[in-house]
Design a protein around this ligand. Sequence first.
Ligand SMILES: Nc1ncnc2c1ncn2[C@@H]1O[C@H](COP(=O)(O)OP(=O)(O)OP(=O)(O)O)[C@@H](O)[C@H]1O
Length: 383
Amino acid sequence: MLVADRYRLETPIGRGGMGEVWRATDEVLRRTVAVKLLIGDDPGSQAAARFRLEAQTAARLSHPNIVGVFDFGARDGRFYLVMELVEGRSLAQELAAEGTLRAERVAAVAAQAAAGLASAHRTGIVHRDIKPGNLMSDADGMVKIGDFGIARFVDDPATALTTAGQIIGTSLYLAPERALGRPAGPASDVYSLGCLLYQLLTGTPPFQADTSAATLAQHIDAPPLPPSHRGAALPPAFENYLLGMLAKQPEDRPTAQQIADWFGSGAWQGRPEPMPEPMPAPAPAPAPAAMPGPPPHAQVFGTTPAAGPASGAATMPPRAPETPSVATYRLPQAAAPADRRRRPAPAQRQGARELVRRRPRVASLIAGLVAFVIAILIGIALF
Ligand SMILES: Nc1ncnc2c1ncn2[C@@H]1O[C@H](COP(=O)(O)OP(=O)(O)OP(=O)(O)O)[C@@H](O)[C@H]1O
């Protein structure tokens, strides 16, 4: 079948609430694309309005982590949307096949999805429907956000395709402020992404009750169970950060850009500060790399039941030797003293050796003095 005299539909990919998606060939540009056909043919329907909105919002965005939109129109009474074809599977499919995903993979998803979201947020667009089915992953593991069908422009109520009091979006991933009927902001997408990452790690979203209303109530009131308590193996730093994304107050969550930077830097691995290298000269030990100040969600980390490192550390698998990273992460409080206690010994030994090597006379003077004091003490003890 040829759509708009140009797009030859080849094989169906899948079907969602609004339309069916086909693998197709653009016969003009001679490239493979994905074509979404709207189910139904009433151009005045709410579905048609959403379909148009999806095209308009996604077309404003150009980012490697967002599915590109090439064309939109209506032909023979049917709306169509032509998109970049993502050769791979959705995260929902990946999750169904794997059960849960490893922390490394989830961190990569977090960095990429957050980068795509940050780009949308900068353009003034809130996705409002972040869920595993709307994130796709291509053959190289590159994550792309799709389905801007219920997105809206921030500060533009005209684009909110909801009637008063009606919430659209999936209750499993819905931010507390939206469950309370407040408008979605960029932080609402961050919360939904947090729910999604939680599900990738544990197999289930943080809140899931028998009814949507009960699920919404949990989003509003219930503290999420730390993923490690559900058997997920992830570093404590990752767990704490994820719980920060699930903060009840939007202002306590990190921004999408902060999330992209944090996961992209490798800080999620929760490495302690790197040990100082043995130094050839007695230069003072380099200060640890400058630490960013506590993130805006730090207070949430302090109050979450998971904040201690033990929960995550207990389930951590042994990790391969790590490559050095520019970014470091300040380990949660309880881990730091033990870490610091271990450090001075080699540093002190190093200092004594350096003194003997570089100032032999001073070293022998000190040694003589120590011997003299010990001799006096022995003499006092004997006589
Ligand atoms: N650009 C694309 N490239 C490859 N596959 C796609 C593309 N867009 C959508 N799909 C796939 O097509 C199927 C249907 O997608 P669609 O966006 O219509 O519905 P959905 O997101 O699954 O459901 P709903 O719209 O009800 O939320 C999904 O399996 C999705 O992964």
